[in-house]
Design a binder for this molecule. Structure first.
Ligand code: AMP
Length: 178
């Protein structure tokens, strides 16, 4: 007798990087996630640029993705870390530059606090570069810790200039001719 298929759970991930060709790298990472066994990409945000915190370093490129998964939270984290390593994630210093950073923001409405994994991600509420793209995708997702929606959490950051859509850079009008 075959076992019944494992239930599918909605998850939200954040992606970021600021070393190398970040746009190509993040696109490839999304493709890797979509092709990983037990994972299926459902929706993706646009790309956002954000100013780095920590030591002086290039601006980041950030985005979020919604996926469905049959994997446990721990197995999903392992897949994410394998993808980070495959793309040559460099871990020199905390808050330092990195080629690819994948964070698990939500796993359905699960709350977890183990040595390896904290859910929802413990710092996502302070990060405009997570909340702005996540609000594009899933404004009504309720943070199981605060009971607030992603849209409500993102509102605090709407007027700040530490994060801006990549599209805004592409469409920026050229400087007027002298
Ligand atoms: P960082 O380099 O800041 O992305 O931190 C990675 C470490 O955070 C890993 O060793 C993970 O085990 C741990 N971690 C805890 N909770 C999470 C989460 N929700 N998403 C990703 N990594 C997490």
């Amino acid at each position: 007798m075959t076992a019944p298929p494992a239930a599918s759970h909605p998850v939200a991930l954040a992606l970021g990087g600021n070393l190398g060709d970040s746009l190509r790298l993040l696109e490839t990472a999304l493709d890797d996630l979509d092709h990983a066994p037990g994972l299926r990409l459902q929706a993706r945000s646009s790309w956002w640029r954000s100013r780095a915190v920590g030591p002086p370093q290039p601006d980041y490129l950030n985005g979020c993705a919604l996926l469905d998964t049959h994997l446990s939270p721990e197995a999903l984290l392992e897949v994410m870390q394998a993808i980070e390593l495959r793309h040559g994630r460099i871990r020199r210093e905390r808050w330092g530059p990195r080629t690819l950073d994948l964070d698990l923001i939500f796993y359905a409405d699960l709350r977890l606090d183990t040595e390896r994994l904290v859910l929802p991600h413990p710092r996502f509420r302070e990060r405009a570069f997570v909340l702005m793209p996540l609000a594009e995708l899933s404004p009504a997702w309720v943070d199981p810790v605060t009971g607030r929606t992603v849209a409500e959490l993102a509102q605090a950051f709407e007027d700040q200039d530490s994060v801006w859509p990549l599209e805004a850079e592409r469409h920026r009008s050229p400087s007027p001719a002298p």
